[in-house]
Design a protein around this ligand. Structure first.
Ligand SMILES: Cc1cc2nc3c(=O)[nH]c(=O)nc-3n(C[C@H](O)[C@H](O)[C@H](O)COP(=O)(O)OP(=O)(O)OC[C@H]3O[C@@H](n4cnc5c(N)ncnc54)[C@H](O)[C@@H]3O)c2cc1C
Length: 449
């Protein structure tokens, strides 16, 4: 199973104009999976996604169907749609509270094969740098709740990995956001404590070009293995997982005493008292109400794993991790917007990512020769205008719940969002620590709760 190592570096893409590196690979989109595309329903998960570095080899539960036939006769307490970190955490937390619950999970492709199985491998905070903006928008109490949720979420994932001895290559690292321009650095430095300025930053990070660095504790991991471990623990507690089963339509059915839901899939129709959407950027395709709000925007992110030419095993620079807040030449927008097709990679972005390590780390650390590309892949994430997840009851649709759109930051938002969702569904109210600005119904209120 793959785990991050010192000699392999991951870069997350930028939509930029290719430069010298473009000569080495095709500039148009291409499919690294090499398979032929079959049917792709617009907006739904693509049947033939690119091959993610993390999912090679596939996990033992990748294609699991807990029961060979779809359990169409049973009324489940919960039907969860989506097996990424959000769906997996929701199932695990529900069943940990009450193992007598019946929980069915539908996954369109293989287990954890969405963004959770194809991301950059970082589990770290970092959005707290928006705290000033949150205070202005939501007031101090809510802003602090958002910041605390992010920190608690990362700590919870770390505790989970340690408690259950998950073999996902988890590493605690010193991480940093590196700033090339003084302006952007000063904005970030104004809200955080641990900063390296000017020469101090350049000496510490050994990169001559940067103006400053904001450092904090972060973690790297193989996210796919962490999420598959959550799923396996759920399975041990009775979760019924049905992979390669696409939810196509949701219908609310009113009975004499209770409301329930029918979920039509490509293998038959299942029933649940409650349905949870953990469908990330694919949510608008399945739920016309969400689509009509235009609040959730699916976007495609791209990543590349490369192996530097130099021997990096003893180099302290590679024991850290980092992101680039304002790297010159990159738009900062490593996405292609309004896309749910992760069956191709963009050749221009791949060219950039394959070459960017040598530029940012410098030839001295990276080596003179070009890095050996290990894999290029894409994944679909989801954005909201306010940059926050969408968690809670779907308004006017009793029994329908959502925890979607982690804004490309799911390893730091999802586990705690799932905790809050479970409490809402089971106890009837959100926990006191839950930030109101996360509430799902804001999608219908133009973005502000
Ligand atoms: C290239 C890339 C790099 C990233 N880097 C990082 C990072 O370093 N750190 C970080 O915190 N975050 C990162 N992210 C974002 C992070 O991966 C996501 O925020 C997180 O995985 C979202 O988890 P999720 O469970 O909500 O969604 P997903 O993992 O996308 O899971 C949703 C699941 O729902 C399924 N589904 C959707 N519709 C249907 C349907 N109709 N029927 C059945 N199943 C359905 C999908 O197939 C999918 O498996 C990155 C993402 C990408 C793509």
């Amino acid at each position: 199973m793959r785990s991050p190592s010192f000699v392999e570096a991951l870069a997350v893409g930028s939509l930029i104009t290719p430069t010298a590196w473009a000569a080495t690979i095709p500039t148009e989109s291409y499919s690294p999976s090499g398979n032929n595309v079959s049917v792709h329903l617009d907006g739904f998960p693509h049947p033939n996604p690119t091959k993610s570095y993390w999912q090679d080899p596939p996990h033992r539960i990748a294609s699991l169907r807990s029961t060979p036939d779809l359990p169409t006769d049973q009324l489940f307490d919960y039907v969860i749609i989506g097996s990424g970190v959000t769906g997996a955490a929701t199932a695990f937390k529900l069943l940990s509270r009450n193992p007598d619950l019946s929980v069915l999970m539908l996954e369109a492709r293989t287990a954890a094969s969405g963004a959770s199985g194809r991301n950059g491998g970082h589990c770290k905070t970092g959005d707290y740098k928006k705290i000033k903006q949150w205070v202005d928008l939501y007031g101090e109490d809510e802003a602090l709740k958002i910041g605390k949720l992010e920190q608690d979420c990362v700590s919870d994932v770390r505790d989970f990995v340690h408690r259950y001895n998950v073999s996902s290559g988890w590493r605690d690292v010193e991480t940093a956001d590196l700033y090339y321009t003084q302006d952007e650095f000063e904005k970030a430095a104004a809200v955080v404590e641990t900063v390296f300025r000017g020469q101090e930053a350049r000496d510490h990070w050994r990169w001559p070009e940067i103006s400053g660095a904001v450092t904090y504790a972060g973690h790297t991991q193989n996210p796919y293995l962490t999420v598959c471990a959550m799923l396996e623990l759920g399975l041990e507690k009775g979760l019924n997982l049905q992979t390669n089963t696409m939810a196509l339509q949701l219908t609310q059915v009113s009975g004499p005493s209770d409301t329930k839901w029918e979920v039509k899939t490509d293998r038959g129709t299942v029933k649940g008292s409650k349905v949870v959407l953990a469908t990330n950027g694919f949510t608008p395709a399945l739920h016309p109400g969400f689509a009509a709000t235009r609040f959730l925007e699916p976007v495609r992110n791209q990543a590349t794993a490369v192996r530097p030419a130099a021997d990096t095993s003893q180099n302290p620079v590679f024991r850290r991790s980092q992101g680039y807040a304002d790297f010159p030449g990159a738009s900062g927008d490593y996405v292609t917007r309004n896309l749910t097709d992760d069956s191709v990679v963009d050749g221009r972005i791949a060219a950039y990512l394959r070459g960017v390590g040598r530029v940012t780390y410098g030839h001295r650390h990276w080596g003179e020769a070009a890095a050996a590309p290990v894999a290029d892949w894409t994944g679909i994430v989801c954005r909201t205008p306010d940059g926050l997840p969408v968690v809670g009851a779907v308004p006017r649709e009793h029994g329908l719940w959502a925890a979607v759109c982690m804004n490309g930051h799911g390893m730091a938002w999802a586990f705690r969002s799932a905790e809050a969702l479970v409490e809402m569904m089971v106890e009837g109210a959100a926990p006191a620590w839950f930030p109101e600005p996360f509430r799902a119904d804001r999608a219908w209120k133009g973005g502000r709760h």
